[in-house]
Every structure is written in structure tokens, then in C-alpha cells.
Design a protein around this ligand. Structure first.
Ligand SMILES: [Zn+2]
Ligand SMILES: [Zn+2]
Length: 257
């Protein structure tokens, strides 16, 4: 398809993948293994979204060109209402700058590996270099609106995750979508079709929807995804696709939108 003289194509995107940095994720979720799995599953774009941290982004972005996978730099922030939000940035640097804000809002508690799980950190060669000591599986002292506004102010893209889930989902926790929230889309669980979501929550029709795997183990990568029609795989293009600008679009395969 030609769009303003440029070639556009469909890109297969799973924007919600955890690495072994998330204590609830399998230790098999190393940057190299994730990229290999994404490649084998026919993905073009993956979003790396660890709980409240961006520390493995540098590793996975450094290794991604060899795999031919575009990595969107994200993290899954847990707000003080206990709502999960995927927060994406254009670069690793921008994500790490945002991480500084997130860390400053986390309770000063150390992870208890035996209880929560390990929080593995990898370097740009994909080598294990240690563990994150800060407890990541907890809420920041900032509400949903503040988190989304901060992401927007920094030119990022906020997408509340698994909104239909009772635990940590926007609709499950709050039962409604607050007015004036700076979000680019809502993520629905892979167990729900967009039609089912719109029937259960009328509010949802106002937003673009995505679905993702929320993979915590290799076998789940790409288990849910969206197809995005874009000029090239970038966060800017994806955001335009969510808005349906100039023929770009995002669809949930096999489910309609
Ligand atoms: Zn979550
Ligand atoms: Zn998640």
C-alpha cells in the first residue's frame, strides 16, 4: 500500500512482554531468549514492560538488530490505585529517565527473592550482571492520572494494561475510566474479544484497543498480538496507527476491532 508516496506494511506487534527482571517472570526470560522466541513466532515488534523498571531495556535493544526485531521501550507501572499502565518511550534513555521518577516514588524496600522471585539484570551483551535490589512488585506513590500525565509530558505513550482484569486492571479496580486520562489506547486481556469488552463497558468504545500476551514465560510470547499498518515500526508510527491517521491502523487479528 502506498501512503503519501511511502510504502506501508503490516507489522505484528506484541507490546507487553516481561523479562527476568520482573520477579513474577520466569528466569528463562533473558534478552537473547526473548528475541529468539519473538523471531520464531513471526513478531516484528515487541514491547518490553517490566514491573516499575526499565533496567533490561539497554540489553534487549542492543541485541535486537541481529534478530530483526524492533523493541519498544516500556515499563509497566503500578499506580497507587493498584492499576497497571504500560508506559512507552522513544529511547532507552527516555525510559531510564522516567525510571528515575518511578524509583523515587517506590517504597524503599528490598526485594525478598525467596518470596517474590529474582529480579535479574543483563548488560548490553546479554550477560547476567546482577539483581535489582529495589522491590519492584509494588505500587508507586502516584495516582493513575499523574502517571499518565507524566508519560504524556515526556512525549511517551500510556496504555493501561489488561483493563478488564479484577486484579490491577483499570476497569476491574476502578469500574470506570476517569475523564481526561492521557492514554493512547487500552489493552484488553487476550481472553476477551473487543466486542465482549465493549458490551461489558460502554466507555471502552471511546478508545483504541490493543491486546498483548503479557508474557512471563517464553511460551507465551506472541500468544496475543495486534497487527499494525505503518510506514515503519516506530513508536510514533504506532501512535498514528492507533489514531487511524492517513490509512494507518491497528487491528486485533481474527477478532475485528
Ligand atoms: Zn499487569
Ligand atoms: Zn504485565
Amino acid at each position: 500500500m502506498i501512503l503519501r508516496g511511502e510504502l506501508v506494511d503490516w507489522y505484528s506487534c506484541d507490546l507487553h512482554v516481561h523479562t527476568a527482571l520482573s520477579p513474577c517472570a520466569s528466569e528463562e526470560m533473558t534478552p537473547a531468549a526473548i528475541l529468539l522466541e519473538a523471531m520464531e513466532r513471526g513478531l516484528d515488534v515487541i514491547g518490553i514492560c517490566d514491573h516499575n523498571s526499565a533496567r533490561n531495556l539497554e540489553a534487549i535493544v542492543a541485541l535486537s538488530p541481529a534478530a530483526g526485531i524492533k523493541v519498544f521501550c516500556g515499563m509497566e507501572v503500578q499506580t497507587q490505585e493498584e492499576v497497571h499502565v504500560l508506559c512507552f518511550f522513544h529511547t532507552v534513555r527516555e525510559a531510564l529517565d522516567f525510571q528515575d521518577v518511578v524509583y523515587s516514588r517506590l517504597p524503599k524496600k528490598k526485594n525478598v527473592r525467596e518470596y517474590f522471585g529474582s529480579q535479574l539484570v543483563f548488560d548490553h551483551n546479554g550477560e547476567l550482571v546482577g539483581e535489582e535490589e529495589q522491590l519492584l512488585l509494588t505500587s508507586v506513590s502516584a495516582d493513575l492520572k499523574t502517571v499518565c500525565d507524566e508519560v504524556a509530558k515526556r512525549g511517551g505513550m500510556a496504555i493501561p494494561s489488561h483493563v478488564d482484569r479484577m486484579a490491577f486492571g483499570l476497569l476491574g479496580v476502578l469500574g470506570m475510566i476517569p475523564d481526561g486520562l492521557s492514554v493512547s489506547a487500552l489493552e484488553i486481556s487476550r481472553t476477551l474479544t473487543p466486542e465482549e469488552a465493549k458490551t461489558r463497558w460502554k466507555d471502552i468504545s471511546r478508545f483504541s484497543l490493543i491486546t498483548s500476551s503479557d508474557a512471563h514465560c517464553l511460551g507465551d510470547i506472541g500468544a496475543a498480538r495486534v497487527q499494525a499498518l505503518m510506514n515503519h515500526p516506530s513508536l510514533s508510527e504506532f501512535r498514528l496507527a492507533l489514531m487511524g491517521i492517513e490509512g494507518r491502523k491497528v487491528v486485533i487479528p481474527g477478532r475485528g476491532l
